[in-house]
Design a protein around this ligand. Structure first.
Ligand SMILES: [Zn+2]
Length: 459
């Protein structure tokens, strides 16, 4: 009788162990909003910069004033929603440190700190909206879900989607606002509405009305994120759908692998010396991040065109694998050394192979009629075609070896290092050892069971 019970127990244990080993771990994806908030919702709005801290300053009005106008409009609009308490870090031209902004949010019991900014780049070539979030879980996933909503709204206004991004620094987050907020357990993000140093973007921030429209749009994004209702506005966002995230992990597309697009190849499709018409096929791929822009050079990379939109760019995903063609007319006296550069959402760049347009040797795939006809890129940010918009004489010089990665809102200049590479190799062995241990126990148990069964039979 005792033996029978022991046998049953052993069988049970063996089956349980087998189940634990064989059933794959199912990740806990959040179907709705990953962030859980209590009954009282508190939102803190931060107008970026202020006082001595001007922000972007060389493109008309100061950034610190633009952010305050937008933040105030966002505050007014959010008050129209039910069940939300709203605070502002500053309502005048005061200069607050990033620690003070984060501490204020923590003191108010903020469920989220939203920092309002306008952008500029050293190359003066970028355009579009982006949301910067924390590298720390779960704030990264919260930021990604909010950022997806905010960017969907900003792109509906006509702005280009530059994605939701996080950047690692030496002591946690590279961006000070997120570093200080995450330390204080306050979810936060920076909303970079548009580039003040790019005319096509600046048109969205040219008047007080424009800046207030951004604020109202941000309020709508917050209301959608928290599923708020407004009797005043007659809207109910309780049915918001969210991007799929695993809150315990960093959303992969928010982090750069430090490299530009993995592949960028160009080949000659048409070259007519009598008319000067040239068509070049482009193939680009980046497994880590969406490709956003491309530019090209007719002088071997000394001067480049403005940034064109990469066809079908989808900044919130990384499924870039595109073929398209660039058609243009060879300007008189161009050196005809053609090269393309492509930039992903992290502004990391890759240069293509160099094409000598004087040889007029077409791509073999094209000659044999084997190549698939690429999608012709019609959506470009500059209204003129590349031919009329750009020629070597009026193009701005840009060093081909030194593409800019500068951004006005980087809060620290210390370089990012990854000293954990050694650790990773040892980490790989831990699950292997655990699996080996479990397997050993199972084998021992099976041997024991078989022996017991055999003993039973011998009787
Ligand atoms: Zn700023």
């Amino acid at each position: 009788m005792m033996r029978q019970k022991m046998k049953r127990a052993l069988y049970g244990m063996t089956i349980l162990l087998l189940l634990f080993t064989l059933v794959p771990a199912v990740p806990s994806y959040a179907a709705g909003r990953a962030q859980d908030v209590g009954d009282s919702l508190v939102v803190v709005i931060d107008a970026g910069h202020g006082g001595e801290n001007l922000g972007a300053k060389d493109y008309g009005p100061l950034e610190k004033d633009l952010t305050l106008t937008t933040a105030k409009a966002m505050y007014e609009e959010l008050l129209k929603y039910d069940g939300v308490t709203v605070y502002m870090t500053r309502t005048d031209d005061s200069d607050l440190s990033l620690e003070q902004r984060a501490q204020f949010a923590a003191d108010m019991g903020a469920d989220f700190l939203f920092s309002i900014h306008y952008n500029a780049s050293e190359s003066h070539k970028r355009y579009g909206s982006e949301v910067l979030v924390s590298t720390q879980a779960p704030y990264n996933a919260y930021g990604y879900q909010f950022g997806s909503i905010a960017l969907s709204n900003l792109t509906s206004m006509g702005l280009y989607n530059r994605g939701v991004k996080a950047k690692e620094g030496n002591q946690g987050d590279y961006y000070g606002l997120m570093r200080e907020s995450s330390k204080r357990k306050v979810p936060s993000c920076i909303i970079e509405h548009c580039y003040l140093d790019m005319d096509s973007d600046k048109a969205y921030a040219d008047s007080t009305e424009d800046l207030q429209a951004f604020g109202r749009m941000d309020a709508k994004s917050v209301a959608q994120y928290f599923g708020l209702k407004s009797t005043t506005l007659g809207v109910d966002y309780s049915g918001t759908s969210y991007a799929e995230v695993n809150a315990s992990k960093v959303v992969p597309v928010t982090k750069s692998d430090g490299n530009g697009p993995d592949t960028l190849e160009i080949s000659l499709w048409n070259n007519n010396p009598s008319t000067g018409d040239v068509t070049v096929a482009v193939h680009g791929f980046d497994a880590n991040a969406a490709i956003l822009y491309y530019e090209y050079s007719l002088d071997g990379g000394i001067t480049y065109t403005p940034f064109y939109k990469w066809p079908n760019a989808d900044a919130l995903n990384n499924n870039n694998d595109n073929d398209f063609t660039i058609s243009f007319q060879m300007p008189e006296g161009a050196s005809a050394a053609f090269v393309v550069r492509a930039y992903n959402i992290f502004d990391e760049v890759t240069a293509s192979n160099l094409l000598d347009l004087n040889t007029q040797v077409l791509a073999t795939e094209y000659q044999q009629g084997k190549a698939v006809t690429p999608v012709v890129n019609t959506e470009q940010v500059v209204t003129e075609t590349p031919t009329t918009d750009w020629s070597p004489s009026n193009a701005t010089y840009e060093n081909a070896d030194d593409p800019s990665t500068w951004s006005e809102d980087e809060e620290t200049t210390t370089p990012t290092t990854q000293p954990q590479t050694g650790k990773k190799t040892t980490n790989v062995w831990i699950p292997v050892l655990i699996l080996a241990g479990i397997s050993l126990i199972i084998v021992l148990l099976l041997v024991l069971v078989i022996r017991l069964v055999l003993l039973e039979h011998r009787r």
